[in-house]
Design a protein around this ligand. Structure first.
Ligand code: SAH
Length: 250
């Protein structure tokens, strides 16, 4: 496939408006299209995503990424005011790149442990002329102790990286006090909220809300967990590389 044979993404202005009270401007729509093309082409060399159909890409990558930063259907207000945001385990750039395109005033850090993916994103950021986003190669367990990253972020995003307790351990140490962690999930139950509580408390956070919603084209169930950092995270977290996933907090 070449650029000229890649289909156009749908615009979905009405759905954006109805679900997020927002619509992409022309420049943002253009960047979404460019991102889609970069990913379809990049997929020929790298295994970036199995979602390449234009409607599916719109729903599962673009809409889903932005719905996470819009609890109760409104964008988190301070995201438009120089907020420092990190996307942990960004893979091909989700949810971080669509968020950076939408919130041009936020400063986005895209973290992944895989060099190949980060190289792809670096190239994409140049092509997209997105100057408010930068990349970082590393493991969440390590950068969580790095003074440049620990307690530096207003918002931490994490989608499809691990179970919720692990996501909490990766995100909370990076947040400033008062910062917000957004954990993107598919299915989620109240039981799981109960059993996550203790892990979040140990990390200095509280579960502020859990939102259930359905995606607008295929009505697939999604959840977002919003954790607020209320006190300092103990220095022992995050634990060493691999430990959080081997032995999730409970
Ligand atoms: N967030 C993207 C990609 C999910 S795949 C999306 O939703 O589409 C999970 C990604 O997390 C992979 O790219 C993997 O390299 C990265 N990852 C997993 N564990 C990590 C860790 N401990 N630190 C940093 N990146 C990690």
């Amino acid at each position: 496939m070449t650029n000229s044979t890649i289909p156009l993404l749908p615009e979905m202005a009405k759905i954006w408006q109805q679900t997020l009270n927002w619509q992409p401007n022309e420049q943002q729509q253009q960047k979404f299209q460019q991102l889609y093309e970069l990913i379809v082409l990049g997929n020929q060399k790298l295994n970036l995503t199995r979602i390449t159909d234009p409607q599916e890409f719109w729903e599962k990558h673009l809409w889903d990424s932005l719905r996470g930063i819009a609890p109760k259907g409104q964008f988190i207000p301070f995201l438009s005011e120089n907020a420092a945001v990190i996307d942990i385990g960004t893979g091909a750039g989700f949810p971080g790149i669509p968020v950076a395109i939408t919130m041009l005033n936020c400063k986005m850090t895209l973290l992944d442990s895989t060099r190949k993916k980060i190289n792809f994103i670096d190239e994409s950021l140049t092509q997209l002329t997105l100057s408010n986003a930068k990349t970082c190669i590393g493991r969440a367990e390590e950068i969580g102790h790095h003074p440049q990253h620990r307690k530096r972020y207003d918002v931490a995003l994490i989608r499809a990286v691990s179970n919720a307790a692990v996501c909490a351990e990766y995100t909370l140490p990076l947040l400033k006090q008062g910062g917000l962690s957004v954990i993107y999930r598919g299915n989620w139950t109240e039981e799981e909220t109960k059993s996550l509580q203790n892990a979040v408390n140990q990390l200095g956070g509280v579960i502020e809300s859990v939102e259930q919603f359905t995606t607008p084209l295929t009505n697939s169930v999604r959840h977002c967990l919003y954790l607020r950092k209320v006190v300092n995270t103990p220095a022992s977290f995050p634990r060493a590389v691999g430990i959080p996933t081997q032995n999730p907090l409970s």
